[in-house]
Design a protein around this ligand. Structure first.
Ligand SMILES: *Cc1c(COP(=O)(O)O)cnc(C)c1O
Length: 401
């Protein structure tokens, strides 16, 4: 497994100081310095250890169900006149890619001798993936969640409780994700010795963006191997993924980032329209700022207050984007597109009817932009299907025509 490949010569991956071009770093309160420094020092060394790698591989295989299939979507391909492959992260245990990262981080936490896990969650998907691995490892789990989100996402709150986690409401500010994040950071400051903080995307202080990207990089490693088997070539013409914080996209792009013949397409949520005031298209609307202890593109007001994002899909409803993606955007290495709520819904219906696959609303954003690529016959496109649509059925039924 290739999760610790040397990226020190890459123009795009993280550098030794924890930066991607202008973005990244670790803008942490001083009290957190020992925890973050410990991670910075040890993460690669632990991940390289053969015993760690084999435990990670074993769980991905027997518990998560990897490798996830790379499926040639015939009827979808016919419609666009190219070969479209879907990377089926929707078939993973718990229904999305997030489990790849939480498995990696819980193994790492054990290596660091931690006894207690904390996490923040918005829609509850990362909270469920974290509660799942804590149950698996018999570790205490505390999940911070905005009180507004607790009401909006009742089924995931129930899942976390069923799995034995404690869900703590964050009641400050807008009572959503960023407030939950603040509470989690506060908890970590108060419990620096026995607690590991599992962050759910390629965001947060260095080394989290790189660490999470590497745990998710199993996605692109498998794509290369599977594509080679199916077509004789490891590189497709395009890889596409939706971007909230950016972890499924980082995993899908990881081994292709320095392969300049592969075009990287990142799809953000345009909500009701990029300039409608109800959007989460961070690359289009954001300016440099600090969120979650990382310097990155951030949707903010003139005086630097974070703007509440909007998307029909809870997983893309994030006002920032991981520093890797900010750098891929700034350098032009990746193309950033955005799909509106309506486009995502339409794509979800289309995929369901053409392929018998009901995607997560997040993943549907990526599918929605196939129509915006100038595709040539014979080209190969790989789309990451980050999750399954069970959790979105209420929204789908409401809009079904
Ligand atoms: C959480 C989630 C996302 C968005 O998170 P990223 O870190 O951007 O990948 C996308 N798809 C699904 C199914 C999710 O659960």
């Amino acid at each position: 497994m290739d999760i610790t490949i040397d990226t020190s010569h890459s123009k795009y991956h993280v550098n030794k100081k924890g930066y991607y071009g202008h973005f990244g770093g670790a803008y942490i309160p001083e009290m957190l310095y020992p925890n973050v420094a410990e991670l910075q020092e040890k993460y690669l060394e632990i991940m390289r250890d053969p015993a760690f790698l084999s435990a990670f591989e074993q769980l991905l295989k027997d518990y998560v169900g990897r490798p996830s299939p790379l499926y040639l979507a015939k009827r979808l391909s016919e419609k666009y006149g190219v070969d479209i492959y879907l990377k089926r992260e929707d078939l993973n245990h718990t229904g999305a890619h997030k489990i790849n990262n939480t498995i990696g981080q819980i193994l790492l936490a054990k290596r660091l001798g931690k006894k207690r896990i904390i996490a923040e969650t918005g829609a509850g998907q990362h909270g469920v993936a974290t509660a799942t691995v804590c149950a698996l490892m018999g570790m205490e789990c505390v999940v911070y969640m905005g009180s507004v989100d607790i009401q909006r996402q009742a089924p995931n709150v129930a899942r976390m409780k069923m799995l034995g986690a404690t869900v703590v409401p964050a009641t400050s500010g807008s009572k959503t994700l960023k407030d939950a994040t603040n509470e989690a950071i506060r908890d970590w400051i108060n419990n620096p010795v026995d607690t590991h903080y599992i962050i759910g995307s390629v965001v947060g202080p260095h080394p989290y963006p790189d660490m999470v990207a590497r745990f998710q990089s199993v996605i692109s490693e498998e794509i290369r191997r599977q594509l080679k088997e199916k077509t004789g070539k490891s590189n497709p013409d395009y890889v596409m993924a939706c971007v909230g914080g950016g972890s499924n996209a980082a995993g899908t792009f990881f081994h292709f980032v320095d392969e300049e013949d592969v075009r990287l397409i990142a799809v953000e949520a345009a909500g009701k329209g990029v300039h409608s005031g109800y959007s989460a298209a961070t690359s289009q609307l954001g300016r440099m700022g600090v969120i979650h202890a990382s310097k990155t593109l951030l949707m903010q007001t003139e005086d630097g207050q974070i703007v509440e994002p909007h998307s029909i899909s809870a997983g893309l409803d994030y006002p920032g984007v991981g520093p890797l993606h900010a750098h891929l955007f700034e350098t032009g290495r990746a193309t950033f597109l955005s799909a509106t709520d309506d486009e995502a819904l339409e794509a979800a219906y289309e995929l369901s009817r053409l392929e018998g696959i009901i995607p997560a609303l997040e993943s549907a954003h990526a599918i929605a932009k196939l129509k915006d690529l100038s595709l040539q016959p014979g080209q190969v496109v790989v789309v990451c299907l980050s999750g399954r649509g069970d959790k979105d059925m209420e929204t789908y039924i409401k809009h079904l025509k």
